[in-house]
Design a protein around this ligand. Structure first.
Ligand SMILES: Cc1cc2nc3c(=O)[nH]c(=O)nc-3n(C[C@H](O)[C@H](O)[C@H](O)COP(=O)(O)O)c2cc1C
Length: 180
């Protein structure tokens, strides 16, 4: 597992080839297996591989979403606010599961934040995505997860550079020598 986590990096350049259906299904299986508050599973997952819609999705934010126009497909992660008040947490975990399964399958992925973000015009990114994809009002949109075969190489994370000072024992700022 740690090896998977070390190797996972955010990929923003992808080959044009689409991801096979079986692999997309595995990503969705991973998402659907995520834990959720009270087991309510408030999430929804919308796979987009239509080039025109991807181009429009790339305009969802002023910064950080433009690369989506050249991604072969994305999975939009959204939550039903009428089912749970923990949509943010539940959708975040499900999105993370998608990213980890993508890494396991040799795919690249990148989280594009939508919740609490704005378009270039200063309107809500969530509203923009919901209107574009016909997602009803009572859903919140957490993120767009870009998926595809990487067309860039990134250096893996380094276990020697972990922020181990962020670990505390029993009370804030108590460190255990010889441990993290
Ligand atoms: C909550 C969250 C929001 C993010 N939003 C964006 C985004 O909008 N656009 C983007 O290109 N990357 C986004 N990222 C990816 C981060 O920039 C990336 O994870 C971080 O720089 C660490 O790099 P790594 O994923 O390669 O380890 C987001 C990641 C997270 C977890």
């Amino acid at each position: 597992m740690i090896r998977l986590l070390v190797n996972r990096r955010s990929i923003r350049k992808y080959k044009t080839q689409k991801v096979e259906c079986e692999k997309v299904d595995k990503l969705l299986t991973a998402a659907l297996l995520a834990p959720s508050s009270r087991g309510r599973k408030p999430w929804g997952f919308l796979v987009v591989d239509d080039e025109d819609i991807l181009k429009q999705l790339s305009q969802a934010k002023e910064h950080g979403s433009q690369f989506i126009s050249k991604v072969p497909q994305v999975i939009v992660v959204f939550g039903d606010t009428m089912v749970s008040d923990m949509c943010v947490e539940d959708c975040s975990i499900a999105a993370t599961y998608i990213q980890l399964e993508a890494e396991r399958l040799g795919l690249g992925s990148c989280w594009v934040q939508i919740r609490e973000r704005l378009t270039k015009k200063g309107t809500s990114s969530e509203g923009y995505v919901k209107a574009l994809l016909s997602i009803p009002d009572h859903f919140m949109v957490e993120a767009i997860i870009a998926i595809g075969y990487p067309d860039e190489e990134k250096i893996p994370h380094n276990l020697d550079e972990l922020d181990v000072h962020k670990v505390h024992y029993n009370k804030y700022k108590i460190m255990y020598p010889g441990h993290y």
